[in-house]
Design a protein around this ligand. Structure first.
Ligand SMILES: Cc1cc2nc3c(=O)[nH]c(=O)nc-3n(C[C@H](O)[C@H](O)[C@H](O)COP(=O)(O)OP(=O)(O)OC[C@H]3O[C@@H](n4cnc5c(N)ncnc54)[C@H](O)[C@@H]3O)c2cc1C
Length: 476
């Protein structure tokens, strides 16, 4: 017999787990399917030989109250780990040396990262008119802040955080807050000043620099999975979604999935697809081939993360800071380098340091093809020069992300409209992957809250319809 639930959530990453948890707390019957044997998706903590490294997300920067509410609901607040004060400095590489990213006006005036003319150029920003086109991130920043500030102060952060190319990413979709500041206040600077004067910040100051957990980021995804208990099925890959249009008010959707070599089905009134766009594309193709095409067209960047452990005495650099990012002119394969043991305590055994690097597809490097030991050699030779590393690593762990982070490229908003049309045609199906509403962990949890509210409202409506229609059915 096919099982029935109120809501079926597909995807065991932070989005799916948060949505399932919130729905279950609201009294709904939920089932979550996660294809992999583990939960967490892009959140994956590795704890080995005294080193704690993150294969995926390294920290969370909560946007609003939702993430902390979730942490509290799972009883994890006391496990939050704040970054050390020395990790405040983010370094950027220009002309072979590392410069701190200036984070306040005085530091900006003093920095040698930018020339004097580039600094003066910034004062023109409030007087530059707004644009009405779907500009690229590069066009937006160069137009507003000038080429040099973009090249050495902004562009280096994009491949290292979003794995993205500034000339292809859409400003409206990738940085909606900055785009809105320009549209509402005519200038980013004026908009920021306005927000600062009116105290518009929903992020508590304690967490303004982000945080992780004592035992790593997986604490939160494992905590959610534990709270879900048997609701959370791992090793269960969804293979298709079909609709029964004869029963629009009862459970209209049937999801097929494979688990332990068996093919199973479950009926649900609502289905949340909290999976990457290419995976969602396969599931909706029979319902709407055109939506499947839109989902398949969303590009994903390839990345490799490599974590190294060294004896402290083998690294001559003081590692005072968060880590560093490279400007395009100096970038070879490395997108960024994080000094994990400077950022957070207990990331390496005593007298050792933990360092992670991100490699991207550039200068002919193909992440999908390069053997992991070769990638590690490449990364090691790059960081050895910058950080004067003399010895061999005592610890090494690499993770290949063939399709890591969705790229909100120019035209993304148009694609999102097509996805909204699909959701109108199939009410109860929510396309909830990170290709929508922001890629950060904080944004994913905020999105899960929104999806939950939509589902609760919809199920409330269908139930009252069912109750009011039953007397008619009885009298028929
Ligand atoms: C290397 C890296 C570093 C990052 N660093 C940060 C950071 O420091 N801070 C930050 O805020 N964000 C960071 N991010 C981004 C953030 O981690 C992700 O955007 C976020 O975790 C995505 O969560 P998700 O649940 O939407 O998707 P995912 O984590 O991709 O989870 C998708 C889930 O769906 C499952 N799935 C797929 N297909 C099926 C199917 N057919 N049936 C059932 N299940 C299926 C998968 O098994 C997986 O469990 C990073 C991402 C990467 C890759």
């Amino acid at each position: 017999m096919t099982e029935s639930v109120d809501v079926l959530v597909i995807g065991g990453g932070i989005t799916g787990l948060s949505a399932a948890f919130l729905l279950q707390r609201n009294g709904l019957r939920v089932q979550l399917l996660s294809a992999e044997p583990r939960v967490g998706g892009s959140i994956q903590t590795i704890l080995e030989r005294g080193f704690l490294c993150e294969a995926g997300a390294t920290s969370v920067m909560p946007r609003g109250p939702e993430f902390l509410q979730l942490v509290d609901a799972c009883g994890l607040r006391d496990q939050i780990l704040l970054p050390s004060p020395r990790a405040r400095t983010i370094l950027l590489n220009r002309n072979g040396s590392l410069h701190p990213l200036p984070l306040d006006p005085l530091a900006f005036l003093r920095t040698t990262l930018f020339s004097r003319s580039a600094k003066f150029r910034l004062f023109r920003e409030p007087f530059i008119t707004r644009s009405s086109t779907d500009e690229s991130v590069a066009e937006f920043f160069v137009r507003r802040f000038g080429q040099e500030i973009f090249d050495y102060g902004i562009e280096p952060l994009l491949p290292g955080t979003l794995a993205g190319q500034a000339s292809r990413l859409s400003i409206r979709s990738t940085f909606p807050v900055l785009h809105a500041l320009e549209q509402q206040h005519g200038s980013v600077t004026r908009g920021l000043l306005h927000g600062w004067l009116h105290g518009n910040t929903s992020r508590p100051r304690t967490y303004a620099r982000g945080f992780t957990f004592e035992r790593g980021m997986e604490t939160v995804t494992n905590g959610l999975a534990a709270a879900l208990g048997s609701t959370c099925l791992t090793g269960a890959r969804a293979t298709g979604v079909s609709v029964d249009r004869n029963h629009p008010v009862t459970s209209p959707y049937t999801v097929s999935y494979d688990q332990d070599g068996s093919h199973r089905q479950v009926n649900a009134e609502a289905v949340v697809l909290a999976i990457p766009a290419y995976a969602a594309s396969d599931l909706v193709t029979t319902l709407s081939p055109s939506t499947a095409d839109v989902l398949r067209s969303i590009p994903y960047a390839s990345l490799m993360t490599i974590s190294f452990g060294f004896q402290r005495s083998d690294v001559r650099h003081p590692l005072d800071g968060f880590g560093y990012f490279l400007s395009a002119s100096e970038r070879r394969h490395l997108l960024g380098c994080f000094w994990n043991s400077s950022q957070y305590r207990d990331r390496a055994p005593r007298d050792h340091v933990a360092i992670s690097v991100f490699l991207g597809e550039s200068n002919g490097l193909e992440i999908a093809k390069i053997p992991e030991d070769q990638a590690a050699e490449l990364a090691l030779s790059e960081i050895s020069r910058t950080m004067q590393i003399q010895g061999k690593p005592v610890y090494l762990h690499s993770t290949r992300w063939a399709r890591s982070i969705p790229q909100y490229e120019i035209g993304h908003e148009r694609r999102m409209e097509q996805l909204r049309d699909f959701e109108t045609e199939y009410p109860g199906i929510i396309l909830a992957g990170s290709y929508r509403g922001g890629i950060s962990v904080g944004a994913r949890v905020a999105a899960a809250h929104r999806h939950t509210e939509i589902i609760i409202a919809r199920l409330g409506r269908t139930r009252s319809m069912r109750q009011s229609s039953s007397p008619i059915q009885r009298s028929a």
